[in-house]
Design a protein around this ligand. Structure first.
Ligand code: 13P
Length: 258
């Protein structure tokens, strides 16, 4: 069985300006010890306007903190006012980009087709997409969470070749658990994350499915992360609110010490 290094990523959403970003990453770098980086990969997803500051800090001090963006244009250049392209993110040496976060799907009309184009744009420029999937409350109440989430997975990865899909990160984020304090139970998280891995095995191969990291996201905190990470198919967390507090995020990174 493949060992998957857990990926703890902080999605800052629309919080922290570029000066606050520097202070925050410095605090993380100061608090994290060598052994944390060995056990867990740590990443931050700041707003676009912070990326240059974060890059300069990470490069200058050779920090082992990965960073990336919260969105990417499906297009590589041209008349797309307000968008930020894959080549621009690659030039800033972004390792990751979130694609299809539920807030983008909900407030910006992102469909599975758009997410698919963004996943492909990320791969075209050597950036690892973190494809976000997950059901809303109505779907959960109807018991259709697995089918709904797998349909988003299929849509996001449509025509993505195995060489690329083998490095994707999937974030299972049930919408009803985001920012609500209502965390999914470890069993809820495992049910869907396990189904995602099963679907990856069907779409590609068991070997590929075993290599892909699947994160859980939705009200993750230092107090609940360990039980979620105990689940066999959960390989990390995509953390929103709790990632804005550096001390709390470091505790989440150190989930094994609890
Ligand atoms: O949306 C999320 C991460 O992408 C989760 O947000 P919260 O951790 O604030 O619930």
């Amino acid at each position: 069985m493949t060992t998957r290094k857990p990926l703890m990523a902080g999605n800052w959403k629309m919080n922290l300006n570029h000066l606050e970003a520097i202070a925050h990453v410095q605090k993380l770098a100061f608090a994290l010890a060598e052994k944390d980086y060995e056990a867990v990969e740590v990443a931050v997803l700041p707003p676009f306007t912070d990326l240059r500051s974060v890059q300069t800090l990470v490069d200058g001090d050779k920090l082992s903190i990965a960073y990336g963006a919260q969105d990417i244009s499906a297009h590589d250049s041209g008349a797309y006012t307000g968008e930020v392209s894959g080549p621009m993110l690659a030039k800033l040496r972004c390792s990751y980009v979130a694609v299809g976060h539920s807030e983008r799907r909900q407030y910006h009309g992102e469909t599975d087709e758009i997410c698919n184009a963004k996943v492909k744009a990320a791969f075209r420029h050597g950036i690892t997409p973190i494809l976000c999937v997950g059901e809303g409350l109505d779907v959960r109440k109807a018991g259709d969470q697995v089918a709904h989430t797998l349909a988003q997975l299929d849509g996001g990865l449509k025509d993505v070749p195995a060489e690329q899909a083998g490095t994707v990160v999937i974030a299972y984020e049930p919408v009803w658990a985001i920012g609500t304090g209502e965390v999914a139970t470890p069993a809820d998280a495992q049910e869907v994350c396990g189904a995602i891995r099963g679907r990856l095995a069907e779409l590609y191969s068991q070997e590929l499915a075993d290599a892909v990291r699947i994160q859980y996201g939705g009200s993750v905190k230092s107090g609940n992360v360990a039980a979620i990470m105990d689940q066999p198919d959960v390989d990390g967390a995509l953390v929103g609110g709790a990632a804005l507090d550096a001390d709390e995020f470091v505790k989440i990174v150190r989930f094994r010490d609890q």
